[in-house]
Design a protein around this ligand. Structure first.
Ligand SMILES: [Zn+2]
Length: 139
């Protein structure tokens, strides 16, 4: 894997701006949704099987995360909590490079071993999170 910094090329998609706007738009939509006390979506998998799916608890985790209750957020769905943390870090990075016009961080040239490692880590994280949800029975 190669990590490097470079300025945004002409006509290149501005990923930092795109994903920051999408993230903030989602945040505003979620905040309005929760403030209006609209019903949260029910999980079809849980309704059918009685068991939580890998994303069960993510809405409650988001609600707690947005209120600064990070330990509670983690307990509802650890993987969702980690994703929220990653999004927050990315948003700070994107905001900094957009406001300072700093070079963009890019990753490329992943070796086959690195790609396999990422795939395996993803499967382990998803399976571990689901196992936690199945055993914690928070739903
Ligand atoms: Zn679910």
């Amino acid at each position: 894997m190669q990590a490097y910094r470079r300025p945004l090329a002409p006509r290149e998609i501005d990923h930092e701006l795109l994903w920051l706007l999408l993230s903030l738009g989602t945040f505003v939509l979620l905040a309005v949704w929760l403030a209006a006390r609209l019903a949260t979506p029910q999980c079809a998998f849980h309704a059918l099987t009685g068991f939580p799916c890998p994303t069960c608890g993510a809405t409650r985790a988001a609600f707690q995360f947005l209120h600064g209750h990070f330990a509670v957020s983690f307990r509802f769905n650890p993987l969702a909590f980690l994703a929220f943390c990653a999004v927050a870090v990315y948003d700070v990075y994107a905001l900094v490079v957009l406001t300072t016009r700093a070079p963009r961080l890019r990753l490329s040239n992943f070796s086959p071993g690195e790609k396999l490692l990422v795939r395996c880590a993803t499967v382990v994280l998803l399976a571990g999170n689901w196992l936690y949800l199945l055993t914690a029975r928070l739903v």
